[in-house]
Write a protein that binds this ligand. Structure first.
Ligand code: FEO
Length: 164
């Protein structure tokens, strides 16, 4: 049985995951406007993953016979100043999402809800991977683009097209 606070936190998390998807669609569009199709498709892939995260929380709440409440997704206009900013934005955002997952986990521990702890383990692992992936992309950008080795931006854009 989920505590009321766990239900509220998980419903908030659904909203955050949907917002994450929205954010990554915005980043995908930004890169598309810069004619960087690889970056654009990479972030669109990420946006779809975020929808799956929201779906996992929805399914879990429903399995636990708790009500799913969809809240308004925050609408923002993103004005990225350069090609690197969305990458650092992503890392900061994923660190924030990790902190949210940890808060839910803490409530599951405090209420001795072992099943929910098991469910959340997947998200703990996923967040570690997402932070690592975001860091790696920044490192590659710095290596290939900022130190201007040949046509690094082109190479990186091409390599990002292969994400499946
Ligand atoms: Fe669903 Fe990128 O965290």
């Amino acid at each position: 049985m989920l505590s009321q606070k766990l239900i509220e936190l998980m419903n908030d998390q659904i909203n955050k995951e949907l917002y994450s998807s929205y954010l990554y669609v915005a980043i995908s569009n930004y890169y598309k406007e810069q004619n960087l199709d690889g970056f654009s498709s990479w972030f669109l892939f990420q946006a779809k993953e975020e929808l799956e995260h929201a779906e996992k929380f929805m399914k879990y709440l429903q399995e636990e016979e708790a009500k799913v409440i969809l809240k308004t997704v925050e609408v923002k206009e993103f004005n990225f100043k350069d090609l690197k900013e969305p990458l650092t934005f992503q890392l900061a955002h994923e660190k924030y999402v990790t902190s949210l997952i940890e808060t839910i986990y803490e409530e599951a521990v405090n209420t001795k809800n072992y099943k929910t702890q098991l469910f959340l383990n997947w998200f703990i692992t996923e967040q570690a991977e997402e932070e690592d992936t975001a860091k790696e992309l920044i490192r590659k950008y710095e290596l290939l683009v900022e130190n201007k080795t040949g046509n690094g931006l082109y190479q990186l854009d091409e390599s990002l097209k292969s994400r499946k």
